[in-house]
Ligand binder design. Sequence first.
Ligand code: MOS
Length: 739
Amino acid sequence: MSTATPQPKENMGAPLPRIDGRAKVTGAARYAADFAVGNAAQAYLLTSTIARGRITGFDLTKAQAIPGVLHIMTHENAGPIGSLTFMMMGGQSSDSVKPLDGPAIHYAGQIIGMVVAESYETARQAARAVGVTYAAEAPTSGFDPPGGEVIAAATMPEHEDPKAGDAEAAFAKAAVKIDAEYSTPPQHHNTIELFSTTCVWNGDELTVYEPSQWVKGLQVGLATQLGIKPDKVRVISPYVGGAFGSKGTVTNRTVLVALAARLLRRPVRLVATRAQGFSFATYRAETKQRVRLAADASGKLVAFTHDGYEITSRTDAYAVAGTKNTAVMYDYGTVLTKVSIVRADRNTPGFMRSPGEVPYMFALESAMDELAVALKIDPVELRRRNDTRKSPINGAPYTSRSLVECYDQAAAAFGWAKRNPQPRSMQDGEWLIGYGCATACYPTQHNPASIRIKLTGEGQARVEIGVHDVGTGAYTAVAQIVSEKLGLPIENVEVVLGESTLPPGPIAGGSVTTASVAAVADIACAALRKRLFGEGALAASATPTVEAYAGAFERIGTGAIEEYAEWSQKGARPGAMAGLHKGQVGISGGQTDDAVMFSFGAEFVEVRVHSLTGEIRVPRVVGAFAAGRIVNTRTANSQLMGGMIWGIGSALHEFTEVDEREARYVNDNIAEYLVPVNADVPVVDIILVPEVDTIIPMGIKGLGELGNVGTSAAIANAVYHATGKRYRDLPLVIDKTVA
Ligand code: MOS
């Protein structure tokens, strides 16, 4: 049965409710644009209506004549802005197009200016009154039009195409084989909270309220652009109304707000429109993929090849390259992969929840289902026969891997045994019924972290760490971790996060937060206990009580003590710890030289496809997941449920329409960009599979990005089972599936 508060099993923590829950549901929680800063002027962005070419002139006369207009900023008057390095090259910026750098236009929706006025309405009206003339060139919008430039990802720094053995030869002589092409669409971030920035100067010190997955990166990046010291910039972001990767990098809007506020000597607030966010923030780019799978007659895999093509911008080489994950999923025998990027006149793509896993696992898990059909083997059995304990690429062992346990438990809960494998064999009136399944995975990664914990004689702990609660439950998880390690009730643990003045923590990306925080908190808590109780008590397994703390403080005659600690994962790149303090990402993990670390899951769905209209409904979803130690079963359940619901959206609803002539996003609004609503979301059952991993730090794998991987393949596989038709291009909208 579905429950929001699953009882903890082995190696799982209590389902404590969110400590920020009350603040959020009562409206007490303040999001970035909620902070009252006093007499703020309001900004509105000017954005390019062409995708390629240059600006030939502005006519500001009409706009400037509108009462209440304070300033119109363009490349002609913005002044110099310091250069930032693209995030994938070790910097902080979402792309390499510098803000207001000149007349060149690199993509539609590029920020070309900003109007600041007494009110939002006036700023918007003036923005619409600004005349812009362009010299436009014909843009390339995606894969198909002429003008795209194809580049092997292997030419990018740090990218390697995984391979093992001679896959071409093994494929050529195999008994049973699949060779198929798949595609996934562009998707844009449509978080509830819009992209906003509020800047307030106090002398030479700047305070920035902006929803952020990376306060340290934003602080350092913005200081670099402004040419000031990072400690003059304070970023405040205690709550984030959805991020998913869209709020991890420095976008071109922020520095403009800071410059306007400095010029006008007054706070300036920008709340960008949803449509504008489609272009100045990042998105999930479309992919095209070819997968070949081959097996012997017994269903043992002998070859796997995976080619991926991804759209990127003219200015940046960005690839999610999910082949690094698909290459280690099964005992393939031989592997050959290649990723290519295709440059078009588009904004630079970027992180979106499970960036590489969602599109690439759709292709692999669809192909596995196709192979199971060709072999006449049950798709669950095919995964079982090809399960592996080591990397097919370098032979490194999995630290733990519970994929088969996930399949067994989810299949039992789902009632997979009742499935008649014959396509189009199960029906309810005019509805064709299909069952499908697929594998979910996410690499276990870490990032260096620092922390400060203060403990008082009353047994009150204050935890300061620059991590982020992007709706994931980080406040609660951090409090729970520290409360366990110090033996204090959770009410006694105060967590402060989401501020650049705190000891820096990881970017809220790569599902690294919980494990990285647990590792650094472990060091700080051990140090606190050692100071109070000495070495002997430290070794004892008994956790101290509030009373024991009071006694210890009395003995050493002090009222409060504080510990600062740093932690860095094994295998982190050299300088990663220092980089944490300089606003550099230091994530590593997944496949390493001596170990493979992954969370796994198995997702099962029932679909109903209307035999006449092609309408697809999903009445049931069951997922079983193993991710090492689960810190809080309630927040874990919520993450996985939200993930699978997004997976339903990925399969059936979500895609951005790109106008081929103009290289512009057409459905850049929440009315036409569809996401699942309540009526689309069925019973979602989540099973947490106990797993003990003694090798990875703190035994915690992370699961924020696990749930939405594989769902789209499970649904497409179920649609095949229902209809006998294989759909390889997402999303499965009705114009594709109508009979
Ligand atoms: Mo997440 S896509 O790693 O911000």
